[in-house]
Design a protein around this ligand. Structure first.
Ligand SMILES: *Cc1c(COP(=O)(O)O)cnc(C)c1O
Length: 464
């Protein structure tokens, strides 16, 4: 029997979008104009865009067909009932509240459940989740296992919660905890999965104190696939069965459907109990829209209803995880320092080991991002001291825990030859690393500086 080693893309191309192919001089000019900040480089100057996997998926023919069936009625649109049915079936939850994206669901939830004096634990809060918890006046805390913070440790479920540490903390703090947020996969920790066993242990712990269990489920299908691949006894179960078990443990879920929903926009809040649903709907009407559209067009709801089913296709998930792993493995073979093992949606370069002579305060991740763009037109995202550090009163930098460069892979968008090009680009920059130095920030806004700050190279010219 023919047993191919090549895992092919389980789709073929029907509509094409030309890729910008620029020469180095054009890229150098674009980067100079952008003050070396890749968020300020226009997309038309980028050849392969790995800045994020959020909202960048290619939709399927079935999603585009569903868009034509979108019902734009203000109240009670057919599109909403199709969206609701898919999500009730997936999550087992009664209340499905659409929002325009993930952070809108977070804002509504923490407006209702957060507040001064409250403490919200997680494996690792995603940055918008943390910001919304804190904006409500509450404190956001992370309890990921120690392996999850070490780029070089190899563990099959690096997104797991440290249940021992959490239990000790809950003994003291349980009265102040309105809910627990489990992020699957653990985005800020490198797209690493959480095991079913860990979720069951967490559930038991939370039940003891009657603390609601919420899933931040932007990448629930990728997490389910990792469970299928890696967790003992799960290999014969489908991603749908595993996902349904994950949701069955929870009291609520929030999702950025711009990830595993295959949507270019969208999100939702799902709630099992009536307790918070009414309050959340009232807040939704105030800030997003009527409860049957919640900030989305009917056609968006229909596209998501289809996308949320398609993402559970085993052939898609096998290809998705294999393609990320393919890039990871090739780079690892060359010796490029990476966060391991391969995550679901992205490959992370370890900036501190890539450029050991550049201190965190000179942003090694930013130097690598700049070089990848100017040499090859590949756009990546620094996840390190630029994003999470800050300038101290004496002008020095408070370093982040890690200095990573994230190469996020948009869903169903790029082919293997694009990925081979990316591998070559990283290998080329890795070869030239000895002539690379650091960067400094020239001007920065008071908050979320990574989006808009300007840089300049220190002691080297990446554009030369
Ligand atoms: C993207 C993301 C969010 C925020 O969603 P947006 O749609 O960008 O508002 C929240 N949590 C996780 C885990 C995410 O990946």
């Amino acid at each position: 029997m023919f047993q191919p080693k090549t895992i092919i893309e389980p789709f073929r191309v029907k509509v094409v979008e030309p890729l910008p192919l620029l020469d180095r001089v054009d890229r150098a000019e674009a980067l100079q104009k952008a003050d070396f900040n890749l968020f300020s480089v226009p997309a038309e100057k980028v050849t392969v865009d790995l800045m994020t996997d959020s909202g960048t998926s290619a939709m399927s023919q079935e999603q585009w067909a569903a868009i034509m069936r979108g019902d734009e009625s203000y109240a009670g649109a057919r599109s909403f009932f199709r969206f609701q049915k898919v999500l009730q079936n997936l999550t087992g939850m009664t209340h499905i509240i659409p929002t325009h994206q993930g952070r809108a669901a977070e804002r509504i939830l923490f407006h209702v459940a957060g507040g001064e004096g409250k403490k919200v634990p997680s494996n690792t809060h995603f940055d918008t989740t943390r910001a919304n918890v804190e904006n409500s006046g509450a404190e956001a805390l992370d309890f990921v296992i120690p392996e999850g913070l070490d780029p070089q440790s190899i563990h099959p479920f690096k997104g797991n919660v440290d249940l021992v540490r959490l239990e000790q903390w809950l003994e003291v703090n349980h009265d102040d905890v309105p809910l627990f947020v489990l992020t699957v996969t653990n985005n800020s920790g490198g797209g690493q999965p959480v095991s079913l066993e860990n979720m069951h242990g967490l559930k038991a712990l939370l039940q003891k104190w009657e603390i609601p269990f919420f899933l931040d489920c932007a990448r629930f299908a990728e997490n389910a696939w990792f469970i299928h691949l890696r967790e003992p006894g799960q290999g014969s179960r489908s991603p749908r069965e595993i996902s349904q078990e994950m949701f069955s443990l929870c009291d609520g879920a929030m999702m950025s459907a711009k990830k595993d929903g295959f949507g270019n926009i969208g999100g939702f809040l799902a709630l099992k109990h009536d307790k918070w649903a009414m309050e959340c709907r009232n807040m939704l009407i105030l800030t997003e829209g009527f409860p049957t559209y919640g900030g989305l067009a009917g056609r968006d709801l229909d596209a998501l209803a289809v996308g949320l089913e398609e993402v559970l296709d085993e052939r898609y998930l096998a290809y998705r995880i294999a393609s990320t792993e393919y890039v990871w493995r090739k780079l690892d073979e060359i010796g490029v320092p990476l966060l391991g093992p391969a995550g679901g949606h992205a490959i992370y370069l370890d900036g501190r080991r890539f450029l050991p002579a550049v201190p965190p305060g000179e942003f090694p991740g930013q130097s690598i991002s700049v070089a990848l763009y100017v040499e090859a037109g590949v756009r990546t995202c620094e996840i390190g001291t630029v994003m999470f550090g800050k300038t101290l009163p004496d002008g020095s930098q408070k370093p982040a825990d890690m200095d990573l460069v994230r190469m996020a892979i948009p869903r169903r968008v790029y082919t293997q030859s694009h990925m081979d090009y990316v591998i070559e680009a990283v290998a080329y920059v890795w070869e030239g690393r000895h002539s690379m130095k650091g960067m400094k920030i020239r001007n920065e806004p008071p908050a979320l500086r990574h989006f808009t700050c300007g840089f300049e190279p220190v002691g080297w010219n990446p554009l030369a």
